[in-house]
Structures are given as structure tokens and as C-alpha cells.
Design a protein around this ligand. Structure first.
Ligand code: KG4
Ligand code: ZN
Length: 347
């Protein structure tokens, strides 16, 4: 099943062509992506109106490019999948309408995709081993949540962030340290040079029975430390140490909360097994976080995997794959599906 995927929910315009054949057997024939980072950087965050205009200006070309690279024409397409939310509504509408038009013109099935579900299913695109149900930690710029995933459209959310999303806190901390926007990857590079033990930072929600996350306390603690950093060479060193200490605290907090969700997930299973724990979303690109989560999984008797970097951050291959999973489950979408700014996973 050849599926065209379209992504436009935030600041990445993307198109991909996927040969869907189930978990681990699907092939990405082409993926094209244009990041709008440079347009938004001067404003220190994503400007919704600019994002929508940029998606409109570039999506057609990206789709044509992906189709050409995949070596296919319109007649070869079996379905179209486009992100229908959650996200910045102008951008979502641009990609969603583009996808609907292509499906309508070529009389092929259309799948409106929940962006969170696309992230949630993305590990299956590259691994045949990740069977349902598995435990997911989704950490992106807009969301942080822990959920058991039992199939397309089947998610049980154990907990989510009560305040900022993990990626948002990475971006705000990066800005505090003068690293620009979006700062997650830049902060990781700075942290590589620092000492993660220098600053002692709080681990929010530690020990709580529920699986919710919270980062407000950690964010404030980092701000307080940043305000007292020395100037000059000692200051540069201290900045790297603060970046490393923040990253370590974030990793430890995510691992502790995930371990709690692993216990809930295991209790919900019918038979004794060695279940999978997967991490997805942009923050999953962080090496320290991946390593810390891998250790937590091992301690709980879970197997662990994280998608490759390009699949962690926003892309259209995961949207096409989610379309494939939905169609394989008999969940064809409707051409009148609305664009949604808010759309919780599993609803
Ligand atoms: O999933 P994503 O590409 O977009 C959303 O759906 O939000 O995630 C983007 C987020 C940003 O906050 C970015 O700073 C963060 O992922 N991020 C990282 C890294 N790479 C991207 N955070 C920490 N370490 C990284 N290496
Ligand atoms: Zn995303």
C-alpha cells in the first residue's frame, strides 16, 4: 500500500511516500522536509501566522519532490494521510486540505492523523518486534505523556505533564543559557562539555503513585541558578555545568516517572511477559535521556527502543505510517474530518 504522508502541525513542512507493509516491513521510499527554524528564530518561538504561510508556500513543492524521489505518479498512490491536529490551526488546515484535495481528485482513501498517534506508532515503522500493547513515553515540544498503546486508535494514557512539555522546558532553558531557538539539540551539545553533578536540581513528582509529570519546579530552579552564574571564562564553564545538570535532572525525572508507568502497564497485561517500552518525540533524540531510559527499562524487566533521530522529530513518514496502521485496522477517515488545535491521544 503506497501512502503519501503530509505533516504541517508546527514548524516543519514535510511530505513522505511510504510503502506500508506493517511493523518493521514498511519502506520509506522518500521523505522531504523543510524546517522553518530560521523564520521563527528571531522571535524566540514559533509564530503561528508565519508558520501557516510557510507551509502554504512550500508543501506543494515538497510533495512533488517526495513523489519524484520515490519514482511514483499519482496513479500509484493508494492512500493519503495528513496530520489533522493537534497543532497550530493555520498550519494544520494547510496540510489537511492539501491531503484531502489529493485524495478527492484521485479517488483514494484519506486518513486524518492525530500527530501524537503518529509519534506513538513511529517505533513500529522501523521494528517488527514492537508488538501491541507497548508502553510509550512521548516527549515533544508540545506534549509529555505516558500511555499504553494497543493499536491504532487505542491508547490508555497513564499520565501527562501538569505544566510545561519536556521539549518546551528544554527550549526555555536553552534560551536562558543564550542558545537560541529551538534549543534542545544545542543544549545537548553544551551539556556534553559540562559536569552534570555540579548543580543539585529537584526531581518533580518523585515517588508519586500516579504517573503525571511536572517540570515547573525544575524550570524555576534552573532559572535561579542561571541568575547567579559568574561572568567570563568561569561563567562559560558554569553554563555548561548547568546545562549538563539540567539534562541529567530531566533524564532522571523522565526515567522515574516512566518506571512508575511500567508498573501500571505490567499490571494491565494478561500474561507475564517482557514488554516493550518505547520513547518517541523530539526530546527522544537526546542521548542522555535515551541512555537513562534504557537503564530504567532494564531495571523493570522491559525491553527498550527509541526511533532514529530523524524519526523522533517531526516528519511525514510517521504520518504515512500511522495512516497505514489505521487503514490496516479498517479505520478509513472521512473527507470532512475537521482540523483540531487540541486533540488528546486516544480520543
Ligand atoms: O516532536 P518535535 O519535533 O515537535 C513537536 O511535535 O513538538 O519536538 C520538538 C522538541 C523541541 O522542543 C526541541 O527542542 C526538542 O524537541 N529536541 C530536543 C533535542 N532535539 C529536539 N530536546 C533535547 N535534546 C535534543 N537533542
Ligand atoms: Zn511532534
Amino acid at each position: 500500500m503506497i501512502i503519501l504522508g503530509i505533516e504541517s502541525s508546527c514548524d516543519e513542512s514535510a511530505a513522505a511516500v511510504l510503502d506500508y507493509a506493517g511493523a518493521g516491513k514498511s519502506k520509506v521510499l522518500a521523505h522531504a522536509l523543510r524546517s522553518q527554524e530560521d523564520e521563527h528564530a528571531p522571535f524566540g518561538g514559533v509564530v503561528p501566522e508565519l508558520a501557516a504561510r510557510a507551509h502554504l508556500a512550500h508543501l506543494d513543492r515538497l510533495i512533488a519532490h517526495a513523489m519524484q524521489e520515490a519514482g511514483i505518479g499519482w496513479r500509484d498512490l493508494n492512500a493519503v494521510a495528513a496530520t489533522a491536529g493537534p497543532g497550530l490551526i493555520g498550519g494544520v488546515m494547510t496540510g489537511l486540505l492539501t491531503g484531502k484535495m489529493i485524495a478527492l481528485a484521485h479517488k483514494i482513501p484519506f486518513c486524518p492523523i492525530n500527530h501524537l498517534e503518529a509519534h506513538a506508532l513511529s517505533p513500529r515503522l522501523i521494528s517488527a518486534e514492537i508488538h501491541y500493547p507497548y508502553l510509550l513515553l512521548l516527549v515533544s515540544g508540545g506534549h509529555s505523556l505516558l500511555a499504553s498503546i494497543s493499536g491504532a486508535g487505542k491508547a490508555r494514557v497513564w499520565g501527562q505533564s501538569r505544566d510545561d512539555a519536556a521539549g518546551e522546558v528544554f527550549d526555555k532553558t536553552a534560551r536562558l543559557l543564550g542558545l537560541g531557538f529551538p534549543g534542545g539539540a544545542a543544549l545537548e551539545r553544551l551539556a556534553d562539555e559540562g559536569n552534570p553533578q555540579r548543580f543539585s536540581l529537584p526531581l518533580p513528582m518523585r515517588g508519586a503513585e500516579h504517573c503525571d509529570l511536572s517540570f515547573a519546579g525544575l524550570k524555576s530552579a534552573v532559572r535561579r541558578e542561571a541568575e547567579t552564574l559568574p561572568q567570563g571564562k568561569a561563567g562559560a564553564c558554569a553554563r555548561a555545568d548547568l546545562a549538563a545538570s539540567f539534562q541529567a535532572a530531566m533524564a532522571a525525572s523522565l526515567a522515574e516517572r516512566s518506571a512508575k508507568a511500567m508498573q501500571h502497564h505490567r499490571q494491565s497485561l494478561e500474561k507475564e511477559a517482557r514488554p516493550y517500552f518505547v520513547v518517541a518525540g523530539g526530546v527522544a533524540a537526546n542521548r542522555t535521556i535515551r541512555e537513562t531510559l534504557a537503564r530504567a527499562a532494564q531495571a523493570q524487566g522491559f525491553r527498550f527502543t527509541a526511533p532514529p533521530h530523524w524519526l523522533c522529530t517531526d516528519n511525514a513518514a510517521m504520518v504515512a505510517y500511522a495512516g497505514g496502521e489505521r487503514l490496516a485496522a479498517g479505520l478509513e477517515g472521512r473527507l470532512d474530518a475537521p482540523a483540531r488545535a487540541r486533540w488528546p491521544l486516544g480520543q
